[in-house]
Design a protein around this ligand. Structure first.
Ligand code: SF4
Length: 425
């Protein structure tokens, strides 16, 4: 029996494009979507037929995008049917689908459950309609509530809600309202991320320079007047202090509401952590299917083409031969160790020394002697337990500055291939 496997299915379609979004997603007509689903089903079947795949137990499936809930019912069914026909799917597999409010009603949620989806991830982002409109989101808070209630009525007992802080014009008070609404609804899982201004997005045009100034000067009021004049008419982004305040509010408020923080930006009720994403953070194998999807299987990373035209032009033989991949990289032992630390320390429970030594045949404490000593000296890393039970984890302060702390374990940075959008990274 081989190692267990997670499957990621990418659905790149959205009703419109949010102004901050740099995910591989775009609007497309129904015929294109339907052709894409046919190709993706072929890819699933071809990948399942590859050597060794049938021996693995698939215990998580994540359908992300894009907006997978835009698919027709029969399309979702066809994809899950292809998965079940081609892989050994565990009876208790976690099968997550991302859904956007505005594209999911009560009846649709019921059909997804019938198709075998066990978990829905809903993007609320903000409870304030003005903030949603500024992000270019297509839904209102009311539409979100309808989708959330519809999912509950359909019997979903495992829901994630995505939230965002650091939005243009957002204040600590408005963010508190968003947190309070999310906690009142009581989803089993909440992901809370800060807005990142990504290059190539409309937000980058509007806010790229402002963000750089905020990083340089700290607060809006500290940016020199002549520079601020250039942003006239643009709502300011929260400064560093407000941003930090929202970050701390998230942790304190959600933990006070019965959620555990199990990863830097992810909170869950007891036992409801996202199993698929834990796989990414613990170095488990996953196979990415569909446009732009990344995989890590047996220490090799490979990524499907990002060109829709190319993808739609693939034949069954192409998929069997892996011709859809652009870029394959076999991780060196050093890279695997770095990744083990870099990703594992995102989890609040940290990494176990015994797992490291079993995997790499060397003790963690000697490979990362200097990095551990430095971070422990600065109060960013701590260790608990002795011998085989020794565990290293980032302290609260370490989690606050995780990017800097984690960089200590990297020689070179590379794209770790996490996918599944907000909930995943
Ligand atoms: S943020 Fe989500 S819903 Fe908005 S365009 Fe990107 S993938 Fe689509």
């Amino acid at each position: 029996m081989g190692e267990s496997l997670g499957l990621y299915l990418h659905i790149p379609f959205c009703a419109g494009k949010c102004l901050y979004c740099d995910f591989l997603s775009f609007p497309a007509p129904e015929e294109t979507r339907s052709l894409y689903v046919r190709r993706l089903s072929e890819e699933i079947r071809a990948c399942g037929a590859r050597g060794g795949m049938r021996e693995r137990i698939v215990d998580t499936v994540f359908i992300g995008g894009g907006t997978p809930s835009l698919l027709l019912q029969e399309e979702t069914e066809a994809l899950l049917e292809a998965v079940r026909a081609s892989f050994q799917v565990a009876a208790d597999a976690e099968i997550t689908m991302e859904a956007n409010p505005g594209s999911l009603g009560r009846a649709a949620a019921g059909r997804l459950r019938e198709a075998g989806v066990t978990r829905l991830s809903l993007g609320l982002q903000s409870a304030c309609d003005r903030e949603l409109a500024r992000l270019g989101r297509i839904h209102t808070c009311r539409a979100f509530l309808e989708s959330f209630d519809g999912a509950r009525e359909a019997g979903f007992d495992n829901l994630n809600v995505d939230l965002m802080s650091g939005l243009p014009g957002q204040t600590a008070e408005s963010f508190q309202k968003t947190l309070a609404l999310a906690a009142r609804l009581g989803p089993e899982h909440i992901s809370a991320y800060s807005l990142i201004i990504e290059e190539g997005t409309p937000f980058y045009e509007t806010y790229g320079a402002m963000k750089a100034d905020l990083e340089r000067y700290g607060e809006w009021e500290d940016i020199p007047l002549r520079r601020r004049a250039a942003y006239q008419g643009t709502l300011p982004l929260p400064g560093e202090t407000a941003d930090r305040e929202m970050y701390h509010m998230t942790r304190e408020f959600l933990m006070g509401q019965g959620y555990s923080r199990y990863e830097i930006s992810n909170y869950a009720k007891n036992g409801r952590e996202c199993r698929h994403n834990i796989r990414y953070w613990t170095g488990g194998d996953y196979l990415g299917l569909g446009l732009g999807a990344a995989s890590l299987v047996d220490g090799t990373r490979f990524t499907v083409t990002r060109s829709l035209e190319e993808y739609l032009g693939q034949t069954r033989e192409d998929f069997l031969l892996g011709r859809q991949y652009r870029g394959t990289h076999t991780l060196s032992a050093r890279e695997k160790m770095e990744e083990f630390m870099f990703l594992g320390l995102r989890l609040t429970r940290g990494v176990e020394a015994v797992c490291f030594s079993r995997r790499f045949g060397k003790p963690l404490a000697s490979v990362y002697k200097d990095a551990c000593a430095r971070l422990m000296g600065e109060g960013l890393l701590a260790a608990a337990g002795e011998g085989d039970g020794r565990r290293y984890y980032l302290t609260e302060r370490g989690l606050d500055v995780s990017n800097c702390a984690l960089a200590e374990f990297l020689l070179d940075e590379w794209n770790t291939g996490l996918q599944g959008k907000r909930e995943s990274l």
